[in-house]
Design a protein around this ligand. Structure first.
Ligand code: PBG
Length: 327
């Protein structure tokens, strides 16, 4: 018998063979593209750490959302940059708030494009934390839930297609489900940021959204990067409370968590390829150290292979374009 009997290279010999046995396919239909929305008109402000991403006024967001849709991207996520902040983050549940206005404008122009506003208080609070503060400076879990519920209903009224809480308060999915049902939005799905880690990779986002905490950090509500079992408990609780989709965030340093979540639940698993992951690739590519296109497509493929059904990524439009060119 010839040696070796099994030759793995047989199926790698040509592009056609490799394509035939490829296990994971990237598809723009599984991407969600995030936007940072700001007041005013005809405004685009670059974000230093995130080349290619800008803070956009609503008119530009509507146009960019249309371009994303034309590339086959089915959904956009919205982060609001309000023109005023206060202790409670009241801009979050203002029916005329920046995200509500942007949601209405996008749905009017592109009714089939899914609009997913991020649901959190940190962009709207003067202190930059994801909930309201007690007198001792600690984030008050249960008092924050009430404000998150108001925000969810306001986003729903504005035409949001999915409600996506990213605050990491305990019990929020159940409370939001109840509030949405009561307000007549029983059909609106919840995408829970279930396993959201207290990550250094959010740095560029906080610059982009102007949401860096004024004091302290988010470790009393976001997860310790060292914990995997705890991520499964978070997911299980959100599923029990009524989540329709669950998220792991960030993506690349947490591929093991994505895999474990995928094996534990039959819900769609969403991974957030966050701002710091994007910034690293862009910086290395700009310096000539990495091939941007190859790196991005490999990264997104790896996140899908780990078990993510859907990927939120700032690379979505570029990746969609590269995938079109490849076929
Ligand atoms: C708000 C929120 C954050 C991100 C998404 N929603 C920042 C944070 O928790 O500090 C980060 C996204 C990114 O880095 O791309 N809670």
């Amino acid at each position: 018998m010839a040696f070796p009997l099994t030759r793995m290279r047989r199926l790698r010999r040509t592009g056609a063979l490799r394509g035939l046995v490829r296990e994971t396919q990237l598809d723009a239909g599984d991407f969600i593209l995030p936007f940072f929305v700001t007041h005013g008109s005809d405004r685009r402000e670059p974000i230093a750490a995130m080349p290619g991403v800008e803070r956009l006024s609503i008119d530009h967001v509507v146009a960019a959302a249309g371009e994303a849709a034309a590339l086959g991207i089915p959904a956009v996520m919205l982060f609001g940059i309000p023109d005023h902040k206060d202790d409670d983050g009241s801009g979050a549940w203002d029916d005329e708030g920046i995200v509500q206005l942007a949601t209405r404008a996008i749905k009017r122009a592109h009714p089939d494009l899914l609009v997913i506003p991020d649901l959190c208080l940190c962009e709207y609070t003067s202190h930059g934390h994801c909930g309201v503060l007690r007198a001792d400076g600690h984030v008050d879990n249960d008092a924050s839930l009430e404000l998150l519920a108001r925000t969810a209903v306001s986003q729903a009224r504005a035409g949001a297609d999915v409600i996506a809480p990213s605050d990491m308060m305990d019990g929020r999915v159940g409370v939001l489900r109840g509030a949405l049902d009561e307000a007549g939005f029983a059909d609106l799905p919840i995408l829970a940021y279930s396993a959201k880690f207290a990550s250094a990779f959010y740095g560029p986002f906080r610059e982009a959204a102007v949401s860096t905490p004024a004091f302290g950090d988010r470790r009393s509500y976001q997860m310790d990067p060292a914990n995997g079992d705890e991520a499964l408990r978070e997911v299980a609780l959100d599923v029990e409370e009524g989540a329709d989709m669950v998220m792991v965030k960030p993506a690349l340093p947490y591929l093991d968590v994505i895999r474990r979540v995928k094996e534990m639940t039959r819900l769609p698993v969403v991974a957030y390829n966050v701002s710091g992951e994007y910034a690293m690739v862009k910086a290395a590519a700009a310096a000539g150290h990495l091939d941007e296109r190859a790196t991005v497509l490999e990264t997104l493929t790896a996140i899908r292979r780990a078990g993510a059904d859907v990927i939120i990524t700032y690379h979505a439009s570029d990746a969609a374009r590269w995938l079109q060119e490849a076929t």
